[in-house]
Each structure stands twice: as C-alpha cells, then as structure tokens.
Design a protein around this ligand. Structure first.
Ligand SMILES: [Zn+2]
Ligand SMILES: [Zn+2]
Length: 166
C-alpha cells in the first residue's frame, strides 16, 4: 500500500497523502489520510483508492446524510475504475459491507429518540424532527468515510432536545 500511496501522490500532485491511523478524505485541506498501521492488508489498498476517489471527484460538501451516502457510493464506483488502471481487484463484498455499515449508521441517526419512528432529516441542517411526536434531535455533522466495522456497533451520536412544536 505504501508504494501505491507514493504512486498516487506523484500522479495526483493536487492531493496530499498523509499517513495516519485511519482512512478518510478531508475536503478542507485536500488531504487523503490513510492507515499506515494496516499497510499490509488488501482492504487498505481498496480504502486508499476509495479516499483518493473522493479527492478526484472533488467531494466537498453535502447538505444531508442521504447525500453523503450517494457520495460514498460514487467514490466506490470511481475506486473500481481506478483499481483497474492499477490492475487491482477490489472485493465487491467489501464495498457492500462498507456501504451497509453506512446505511445502518444513517438509519440509526434517523430514528426518533422519543418514539422510535424513522424520520427525514431537515434539509440543509443537522437536525431531524419527528413527524410523529415532534421530538427534534441534533446529529453531529457527518464525515466522509466512517471507520467501518470498528464503529458499527456504536450507537449514533444523537442529542435529543424535546421541544415539541419547535
Ligand atoms: Zn418521535
Ligand atoms: Zn468514503
């Protein structure tokens, strides 16, 4: 994976490749962070291609959780194309696992802490409001590329403030 990171960084000089302990794309600084502690695992190569794809697709902002999911799908689609140019085969199961983890996470964020109904996010905000019991809750801003699996069982960060009618 380290040699791939070097190749990518010389091929795409407008992106910064930064070794770290997790994989994510930082649109503000145009940095692709990659987990250097797992550099021998095949999935690390796939993740690196995925993060690079976020950068190449110039993913910057999203207004709602659902849009973020669409960007994640787009980044994986692009990663598959990129992988072909490097003769790398990305496991489709892995991609689906990652996206499923994402879907689960988004689903949990959308559940009303008051009554459990699944709700829609207020557009362009980090708030959800329950159509059923009018609970409003705040979700922390989403970030590109969740740490898959490791955080899958962790409950979503949901802060409920019960203000009916708000
Ligand atoms: Zn509710
Ligand atoms: Zn991603």
């Amino acid at each position: 994976m380290r040699s791939l990171a070097k190749t990518l960084s010389s091929t795409y000089p407008h992106l910064n490749f930064v070794p770290g302990t997790s994989f994510y794309w930082s649109p503000e600084t145009k940095e692709v962070f990659y987990d250097d502690t797992k550099h021998t695992e095949p999935s690390s190569i796939w993740s690196l291609l995925h993060e690079t794809s976020h950068g190449l697709l110039q993913h910057t902002t999203y207004s709602a959780d659902l849009e973020l999911l669409h960007l994640e799908v787009a980044a994986w689609d692009h990663a598959l194309i990129l992988a072909k140019t490097f003769n790398i085969q990305i496991s489709d199961d892995y991609v689906q696992d990652c996206l499923d983890t994402y879907r689960d996470w988004l689903y949990r964020r959308s559940l009303c802490p008051g009554c459990g109904a699944q709700c829609l996010q207020n557009s362009g905000s980090n708030f959800y409001r329950c159509f059923n019991c009018h609970t409003r809750w705040h979700v922390s801003p989403s970030r590109f590329c969740r740490s898959y699996r490791a955080q899958a069982k962790r409950p979503a960060a949901v802060f409920a403030d019960k203000k009916p009618g708000f």
